[in-house]
Design a protein. Sequence first.
Length: 367
Amino acid sequence: MDIVVPVGGLIQGAIDAAHQKGGGRVVLEPGVHRSGSIVMRSFVELHVPAGAKIQGGSKPEDYHDFEAPDYPGHAPEKSRKCFISAAHAENIAITGTGEINGAGRDFYDTNVPEGAFFVKPPHPRPRMIQFFNCRNVRFEGTSFVDSPGWTFWLIGCNDVFVHRVRVHGCQQMINNDGIDIDGCRRVTISDSFFRTGDDCLILRAIPQSPDHKPICEEVVVTNCVLDSWCQGIRVGCPSDDTIRNCTFSNLVISGRGNGINVDNPKRYLMPNCNGRLDLNNILFSNIVIESKNTPIRIFVEEGVKLRRIGGLTFSHIRIKAQKPCLVQGSSETCIDGLRFTDVQCDHQFEISNAKSIIMQQVGADNA
């Protein structure tokens, strides 16, 4: 039986009650539900129907720090604040065509020139969704609006289904990523829309300790529209561990940022690490990229030594961009094993410190 939450009711209390009964669906009545931090519980679906909105607070103290007994405390942007969280939960869902709003603009200094990024505040900004070591997770139909930090950070989660969601981030806000998929397995993202100031979709495998070796694999992204001021898609950072066996297909990527970025600069290295990323078997197919920057960028800065960047395939790509595609390894890391097939672009590729590059039907005349 559904537990219905009226406007002004306690969302957390309803979630806890459903969990204690062995699971169920918490349904919000139409209207604005103002809330601080929410913790999802196993076997509970939070349903936000059309006309309902969960409105987050506008101050850091409105939110709790993310907590889990075995969470090591890695905190990008020096913030553990979180709006909706879950840890070691299973069979959880957020559904419905309503809205979850993070009041992101209230956390920034917006007094900037038109077209410039807002100024980041000194106080911590909350992420909207942070799930840690969860399984059988579903997000379906909901709009996630104006997250002050990353919109989704999924860490070590398995069997995640994201369908027909809409992420609307103000494009003058930096660090409002769409979905960060970090060390997860079997994730499907489909038929969704992302507009962000920072990266739309990110694959990561962030070590939580020196001995932690996370693997991000079997991620499928299809039938999505991405609009970013930074990167439509980012794959990995130099201190990440293993990212493999992932597919991106049937996408439209636009915006003033890069299209697909595999970026490994020294400034992204963790302390006492000169690189560890192993990136292999990633497929990009049937993608339109309209970029005001670099449409495809695969880069390793000098001084960064990775285990591998290879096995990347790009097929049936249509590009309109102001800059050429870039493939640039370093003297420590040679990019090895890329395939480009049926890629229409206006500029010649710039390639260095790379080998085993196969290019078939690539160029401006390949319509």
